[in-house]
Design a protein around this ligand. Structure first.
Ligand code: NI
Length: 160
């Protein structure tokens, strides 16, 4: 099911989410939410989607497979945290499904180490580089109630 995307300035987008317990993660409600987040992200032509963007203040995000080539699967991250592996940050243009038509340059770490749980509650750890690392940092910011416009420079508007 495709869910409506919440847009700025809805306060849920600037509210920090709390970690999800294994018991809550395994409920049908949360599993269905995850099932719906994936087609919702694709329908909106996003490369990532965080639960607050569909009105759910839950610590879950989806990273689309196109952000992590050559992997061919979408990634569900539950309770993700990351640490930097490089001192270097690179600026690039970002947008956000919740802030339509607005773009800006955001500096992100080039390499990060991610710890999270899968939708089944299994612990995972992996390194992410480049665009993949950027998308994860953007989505984890959503889970902390932070939007890219809080960090962006050279913000501009572009209507398609
Ligand atoms: Ni976003």
């Amino acid at each position: 099911m495709i869910l409506p995307i919440v847009t700025h300035p809805n306060p849920i987008l600037t509210t920090k989410t709390n970690a999800i317990s294994l018991d809550v993660l395994k409920t049908e409600e949360v599993q269905t939410l995850i099932d719906n987040m994936i087609p919702t992200m694709y329908h909106a032509k996003g490369v990532g989607l965080a639960a607050p963007q569909i009105g759910q203040s839950k610590r879950i995000c989806i990273i689309g497979k196109e952000a992590r080539e050559p992997h061919a699967e979408d990634l569900v991250l539950v309770n993700p945290v990351w640490t930097k592996l490089s001192k270097k940050k690179t600026g690039d243009i970002e947008g956000c499904l919740s802030i339509p038509h607005i773009y800006g340059t955001v500096k992100r770490y080039d390499q990060i180490l991610v710890n999270a749980q899968t939708r089944d509650g299994e612990n995972i750890e992996f390194e992410a580089h480049g665009f993949f690392a950027r998308v994860i940092q953007h989505e984890v910011d959503h889970l902390d109630g932070v939007l890219f416009i809080d960090k962006a420079r050279d913000i501009f508007k572009k209507t398609d």
